[in-house]
Write a protein that binds this ligand. Structure first.
Ligand SMILES: Nc1ncnc2c1ncn2[C@@H]1O[C@H](COP(=O)(O)OP(=O)(O)OP(=O)(O)O)[C@@H](O)[C@H]1O
Ligand SMILES: [Mg+2]
Length: 241
């Protein structure tokens, strides 16, 4: 099976991508976004770093229809402004400038989430560092909860990317359908996933099989999982992260 065939079913559904820093989350997500782009599915990427996903937008193999939105320290748009932006740009990469403060960025991104909710148009909403949108390890903000609860009916799918799985609300994850994880280094992180595998499978053992940048793909509905080797994660665009 090619990478494209392996990941195709996960392009419909909510997705969690979790791994420690440097694990390969953004690299994988970039590869998945290429598949979305190829399938002409509309998406918006809410990135928290200025360079992380910029390789999708620049370079010889860039995604040609991708529009870039930069959030400056003084950017203050309304939900209606963002609705217009989303309508006009079905492929949108949002990034901060290097001097945009994270709290300000997240306030603007919350308005984009609200705009997605109000528009009710199909969209993959790709959220880097989802822990910024959680009030506590138990509670995501209403904009995230809405997508997880109601998004399916409108083909609005949440891709949550996090390196702090302990701060990720379990009920959001329980509503997820597809999980991509890389090798976990912390015992508590391993325990978090242990319940998810079918009876008789032990995530501690599976985790040990995962080499650097290998990915475990878990279908939470069927409980089936497979390992995608690092070399099989292929992308045409560059990754600067
Ligand atoms: N499958 C892969 N094959 C080759 N290189 C990879 C692969 N996955 C990741 N890398 C490389 O590993 C490094 C870290 O990857 P990446 O930026 O995706 O990590 P991350 O999990 O997003 O980290 P952070 O939490 O810091 O954002 C990058 O240099 C990337 O190019
Ligand atoms: Mg990253």
């Amino acid at each position: 099976m090619t990478f494209a065939e392996t990941v195709a079913p996960s392009l419909s559904g909510h997705v969690l991508v979790a791994a420690p820093t440097g694990g390969g989350k953004s690299y994988l997500v970039g590869a998945l976004i290429e598949q979305l782009d190829h399938a002409k599915k509309p998406y918006v990427i809410l990135d928290t770093k200025s360079q992380n996903h910029i390789g999708l937008w620049v370079g010889k193999n860039r995604l040609k229809k991708l529009h870039l939105f930069r959030c400056f320290p003084d950017t203050d748009l309304t939900i209606d402004d963002y609705k217009k932006m989303l309508r006009e740009n079905p492929r949108l990469l949002c990034i901060p400038t290097t001097d945009t403060e994270i709290d300000h960025l997240i306030e603007e991104y919350k308005k984009i989430l609200k705009a997605v909710q109000n528009l009710k148009l199909p969209r993959h909403v790709i959220v880097e560092e989802t822990h910024h949108y959680c009030r506590s390890p138990q509670k995501a903000i209403p904009e995230i909860e809405w997508i997880v609860r109601e998004g399916r009916g409108y083909k609005i799918w949440l891709w949550s990317i996090t390196q702090r799985i302990q701060s990720f609300p379990k009920d959001v994850w329980a509503n997820g359908m597809w999980t991509y994880i890389m090798h976990m280094r912390i015992r508590h992180d391993v325990d978090y996933f242990d319940d998810a595998l079918p009876d008789g499978e032990d995530f501690r053992i599976v985790n040990e099989e995962l080499k650097l940048h290998d990915v475990l793909q878990l279908d939470q509905i069927s409980g089936k999982y497979q390992i995608i080797k690092a070399a099989e994660v292929t992308r045409k665009t560059q990754h600067f992260g």
